[in-house]
Design a protein around this ligand. Structure first.
Ligand code: PBG
Length: 328
């Protein structure tokens, strides 16, 4: 009770603030998402993600060496697939010489100790821009799962350490785990996008990969039949518990900032690490506002990342990983 308690005593100098600070950011917190394209010497800036690039394999190798030197030890790979290689079920996704498979090998050759995680979902490979196979205007769950399991296996065979299914089909973790076990990839882990919301914050990512749902007859125009309703909270726990039962090693909440209540729920309730994906739209907002001089880029970035940790994230997939680590 005041004046016996004066809260400001613990805030009066940087020294006492440092001693009493509850959460710190470090390079160990981050997973770095990387966008990969075909070609040579390509370093393509993504229009809606200033200072973020798509790399060809040669420059990907250079980039991961730089990340490693900065103390960033995990990457999450996404590929931009040539339009003519796309179809309804993503057959190119299991091509042993496909871009993802080559990217995995490129990273492992450049930095053998780098943890390589891969995106498992059909959208970059789908002519319709959906995460699943479409049949008669619907995203079909079980046929998609069989394909996702083949895709995960193909990534494991190429050398991935973790697969990260981002598709939100039901039961895909069990199917992926079973296929990996049968093929003796018992050490390949699964980071499941368990609570992935049907968010409007993915726009810049879909620009980066040219993977937005197409506007055509009989094609669902959004992902609301598989990604979660932003209004729902308890459903996120249901999804996470199911994924853990099916064999997920890490569960994820995505996006970050708008969903920190979900992050805290999961951190309290589950016994596996909780990852948070700070998504492309969150990145774009900070870049745009700071370009206008309306926000202090570095301060806002660190505040948001710290808030994600405080909410309970064990790790953060973030396009700010390099920017943040430079400041720590
Ligand atoms: C799709 C996928 C998306 C992201 C990662 N994997 C977008 C979507 O669901 O359309 C978004 C990441 C971001 O916005 O940074 N499987």
């Amino acid at each position: 009770m005041f004046p016996l308690q004066r809260h400001r005593r613990l805030r009066q100098s940087e020294a006492i603030r440092a001693l009493t600070r509850e959460h710190y950011l470090s390079p160990n917190d981050f997973i770095v998402p990387l966008f990969v394209v075909e070609g040579k010497a390509v370093k393509d800036e993504i229009a809606s993600m200033p200072n973020y690039y798509r790399f060809s394999l040669d420059l990907l190798a250079k980039e991961v060496k730089e990340l490693w030197q900065m103390g960033l030890k995990s990457v999450l790979l996404f590929v931009k697939v040539d339009e003519k290689l796309k179809d309804n079920r993503g057959e190119e996704a299991v091509n042993p010489d496909g871009l993802m498979q080559k990217a995995i090998k490129t990273v492992k050759d450049a930095v053998p100790e780098m943890l390589v995680m891969t995106d498992v979902a059909l959208d970059p490979y789908s002519i319709y821009g959906h995460d699943g196979i479409i049949d008669q205007g619907k995203i079909v769950n079980d046929r998609t799962n069989s394909f996702l399991a083949r895709m995960a296996l193909s990534h494991a065979q190429a050398g991935a350490d973790f697969v990260a299914p981002s598709d939100m089909m039901d039961g895909r973790i069990l199917e992926i785990r079973s296929v990996l076990e049968d093929a003796h990839f018992t050490d390949v882990g699964i980071m499941s996008y368990s609570a992935k919301f049907a968010s409007a914050f993915y726009g810049p990512f879909r620009d980066a990969l040219d993977s937005a749902p197409v506007d055509a007859k009989d094609i669902p125009k959004d992902k609301k039949t598989y990604q979660m309703d932003p209004a729902n909270r308890s459903e996120a726990l249901k999804e996470a518990f199911a994924d853990i039962d099916e064999g997920a090693d890490i569960v994820m909440v995505k996006p970050g900032l708008c969903y920190l209540d979900i992050v805290r729920d999961l951190a309290n309730e589950v016994e596996v690490p909780v990852a948070v994906y700070q998504v492309s739209g969150e990145y774009a907002m900070i870049k745009a506002a700071s370009e206008k001089g309306w926000l202090d880029h570095d301060a806002v970035m660190l505040e948001q990342l710290t808030a994600i940790k405080r909410a309970g994230a064990t790790m953060i997939a973030s396009y700010f990983a390099k920017d943040a680590v430079k400041l720590l």
